[in-house]
Structure formats: structure tokens, C-alpha cells
Design a protein around this ligand. Sequence first.
Ligand code: HEM
Ligand SMILES: *[C@@H]1O[C@H](CO)[C@@H](O)[C@H](O)[C@H]1NC(C)=O
Ligand SMILES: *[C@@H]1O[C@H](CO)[C@@H](O)[C@H](O)[C@H]1NC(C)=O
Ligand SMILES: *[C@@H]1O[C@H](CO)[C@@H](O)[C@H](O)[C@H]1NC(C)=O
Length: 509
Amino acid sequence: MISLSHLIVPLVSFILFIIFLSKWYCNPSSTSRKRLPPSPPKLPVIGNLHQLGLFPHRSLQALSKRYGPLMMIHLGRVPAVIVSTADAAREVMKNQDVIFSNRPKLSIIDKIIYDSKDIAFAPYGEYWRQVRSICVLQLLSNKRVQSFRRIREEEMSRMILKIRHLSSSSASYINLSDILVTLTNDIICRVALGRRYSDAEESTKFESMLKELAELLGTFNPGDYIPWLNWIKRVNGFEARVEKLARWFDDFFEGVVEEHRNRKKGETNLNDSGDETDLVDILLEIQRESNSSSPIETDTIKAVIFDIFAAGTDTTYTALEWAMAELLKHPKTMEKLQNEVRQVAGSKLEITEDDLEKMLYLKAVMKESLRLHPPLPLLLPRECTQDSAILGYDIAVGTRVIINSWAIARDPLSWENPEDFCPERFLNTEMDFRGLNFEYIPFGAGRRGCPGITFSIAVNELALAKLMLNFNLALPLEATERYCDMTEAPGNTVTKKFPLIVTAHPCSC
Ligand code: HEM
Ligand SMILES: *[C@@H]1O[C@H](CO)[C@@H](O)[C@H](O)[C@H]1NC(C)=O
Ligand SMILES: *[C@@H]1O[C@H](CO)[C@@H](O)[C@H](O)[C@H]1NC(C)=O
Ligand SMILES: *[C@@H]1O[C@H](CO)[C@@H](O)[C@H](O)[C@H]1NC(C)=O
């Protein structure tokens, strides 16, 4: 590790040198014809990086209040346009979607996922189109999500049993965050890989792998923005961690693919009854059927499975955790929801996924929670592939585009009392998160929008309903202040900083 004091002298002299150079070389005529979006003043070298802070969605919202819906900042050497209103977002993600559908190259992603052979970070083009279409049509379609219904219901039952058990044992408080992480990880593992990893011997390794991934994705790597600082990641251990994780993942997924290949060989005459088929099976099947004109490499399979974990686990869990946190903080809302769920369950005292259609308030609660707490407040970054214009401003090719969906969903011009948690606002409205209402885009929109919406909503709605049906949940009476803390933790996916600690009483209604 290098201490800060060693850095200060070279850094300061370098900055002075740059200021000196820019005074000499600055050529105002080259940009005078362009009408650039307004920008806050920037520092040499680092640009506006120092203004992002630990919670960029909040800092950028504050800046946009001064500089407008479309604002230009500099992340070191990288020019970036920040989109902060529904109108500007519609322009980027709908009217000019084709131009804004690229993703920037990030060094960590390239290392871990086979040169961005996945979906989320593949550059816009033929490869991405093919892999995404496999994902949308074969892996995450409504029909496929339906086929995993049994897995969801089994895992929910396990969760309920676990909470029952904990609530009857001596421990009076339950770490609900822990239970929800396990639930979402187990479901995604079974769907993607065919089995749970939480109670296998590999469990600690697998869990720490996912944790390390979330941490590294959320780590700021200066070298991505200021090329001459690229050495930092070698010195502070970042690169070594990324390489270790990449090897870990590769070994793990190699093993998974191998296991599936062998299993298929041994069970050729087995009856494929649909829900025993997991996503790796499907990808291997597609690989077998593909021909030389459109081959699917094993690296692609590994990268797609990787994506499902990277894009699907943290986000789904976080959405559920925030929804529960809001409900615990608003007992009246929770009671109303509980009444709805118990009424639909009626005398059968049980609910299945079919019942969710009747639970309009439940859907509104989920939507409202995603409005206030979108797990990816800045979506995923995009990059512009040709010169264009938005809202009258010129945007140059290669500019990064960051959409502040968090700020958009709290824009007082679109929302009444935007800071209040009020599920009622989603009753009697067509407003949805599927990318048609640009005031509300927790899953993004357009070609690059999230293909996992149906998947994650199926998990989250059922989990909420089951919890409401089976338990009376509350914050512990003492120190409620602390337990009801809604502070965010820094990172790419914005999770709660403090875990949800609750008391649970099984209800015998
Ligand atoms: C509550 C849960 C989730 C949230 C809030 C969420 C949110 C998002 C967002 C904001 C994007 C970027 C959209 C854009 O750039 O316009 C995205 C992309 C993506 N999501 Fe999700 N997601 C969730 C769950 C899932 C799940 C469960 C999966 C898979 C099983 C998934 C797979 C993906 C993939 C593959 C992409 C990349 C799409 C592309 O670049 O073409 N997501 N998601
Ligand atoms: C609760 O569970 C989370 C997630 O597993 C964990 O990070 C946290 O340390 C736990 N907190 C307590 C107080 O047990
Ligand atoms: C395959 O499954 C179907 C129904 O799921 C059943 O009717 C059929 O007998 C099974 N065939 C074999 C060979 O097990
Ligand atoms: C190869 O695959 C493409 C598209 O998947 C298909 O159109 C073509 O007919 C296939 N060729 C052969 C020889 O199977």
C-alpha cells in the first residue's frame, strides 16, 4: 500500500503542470461551434470526479438542480452526459436508442467475463444481439419463468420454515436480510445451475465469490478514468483481486458446465419434464444445435451464466429488502397489505402464484419501493456511437451517458410528494416499470433495458405475499430508531447499510 503523503507532491506538481499546459494549448475555436450541455466547473486531470462522493446518484441530482436535465461532466478524461429528467431519458432510450445502446469498456468486466462475451457489457452489435435474443427468448421469457414456479414455491416454503424455527427458538431477533439473501441466491442457483449452493460444502466459497464480485464492481478504479493512474490498481491489490476472482469464477463455471455435460450423457433417456431443465442445460442444448454459421462457444455460456448472477442476485435481493424495510417503517401500509393478502388467501390459508394477480396493493407496494429505491440508481452506463443532439445540445461520439433513474423517479415535476412512500399512487394507473413510462425506469428501457423483469418480480411478489401471510413482522421495540435506519451503503447496487433485524410472530389466521 502507498500512503497518501507519498502521492501528494507528485500529484500537486502534475496538476500544476497540466494547468500550465492547458493554458498554452487550449484552443477555444475548436469547440465554439458546438453547443455543449452546461457543466459544473471541473478540476484539471480529475475533472468532476471529486464531486461524485460515495452516493453519485445523490450528488448528481444536486448538481442537476443547478445545471439542468442534461449536464456534461468529466470523469477524469471521460466526458459523460448526465440525464436527469423523463424527457431527456425518452430521447436517449427511445427516440435515439440505436445511437445510445453501446456500453463503455470497463477493465474489470473485460477481465472477469471473457472479454465482455456476456450480454450486459457486450458492445452494441451482432454478437450482443444474438446472445441477448437467446436470453430474452429462451432463458428469461414468460414461459420459462413460469416453468420455474415449483422452484420458487419450494424455496419460499423453506424460508417460511426457517423463520418459524428461528422465531420459536430462544433468539428473539431475526436477521431478515440474511434470510432474503439466501432465498434469492438459492432460487437463482437452482434455476441457473440446477441446484442450491447454500448448504453444499462449496457454500462459503460460492457466497464469498458473490460478495467479492459485488464489492469489486462497486470499487472505484481511477485507472478507468485517468489512464496514467492505471498503476494504482496494481499497487493497491485491485488487479490481483480481480484476477483471483476471474480464476475462481472460471474454475467454478467450468465445473458446472462439465457436470451438466456428464449428467446429460448418463441420462439420455430421461424424461425432460420441463422444470428439471436449468439454464445451463438450455445453453448446452443451444450449443449442440448451433452450426458453424452461428457457433456458441463455451466461454459464451459461462459469460451468460455469470451475467445472470451479476445482474440478477444483488438487484433482486436489494429490491426485496428495501420493500420490507419500507413496510416495517410504515406499519399502517403493512397492515393494509396484510389484509389484502389474507383476504385473497381466504379460508385456504395458503397462496400460490395465481393469487398474485388479485393482489393489486401488493403490486403497488413493490412498484413504490422500486421507485424510491431502484437497486441500480444510475442503471448501467451507455455510450454514444455517433455525433448526435439531445434537447438541442450536441453530444459527441464516444460520450458516456449516465441516466439518473433515481433522480427521475423523485422529480417533483412528475411526482406528487416524491419523497413519501405511498403505494396508493400506483393504484388506478397504467404506470409501469417496463420501460414505457420514462418517469419511472428502475429497469432501464429500450434495447438495453433489463430482460430479467418478469423473473425478479415473480420472486419478489411471491416472497412479500408469503411473508405477509405467515408472519406478523415488526421492528424490535427497543432501539427502533437504529433498526429503522434507511441509510444506503455505497456501491454499484445500492443496498441498505444496516441489515433488517425484525421480530416475527407466526400468525394463526
Ligand atoms: C429488481 C431486480 C432488477 C433490477 C432493478 C434490474 C435492473 C437493471 C437495469 C437498470 C439494467 C440496465 C438497463 C439499461 O441500461 O437501460 C439491467 C440490465 C440487465 N439485467 Fe437487470 N435488473 C434486475 C434483475 C435482473 C435479473 C433477475 C436478471 C437475470 C436473471 C437480470 C439481467 C439483466 C441483464 C442480462 C441486463 C443487461 C441487458 C443488456 O445490456 O442488453 N436483471 N437490469
Ligand atoms: C445479517 O445478515 C447479513 C447478510 O448475511 C450480514 O451481512 C450481517 O452481518 C448480519 N447482521 C447481524 C447483526 O447478524
Ligand atoms: C414422460 O413424462 C410423461 C408426463 O410427464 C409421462 O406420461 C411419460 O410416461 C413419461 N415417459 C417416460 C419414458 O418416463
Ligand atoms: C445454420 O443456422 C442458421 C441459423 O441458426 C440456419 O438458418 C441455417 O439453415 C443453418 N444451417 C445448417 C446447415 O443447418
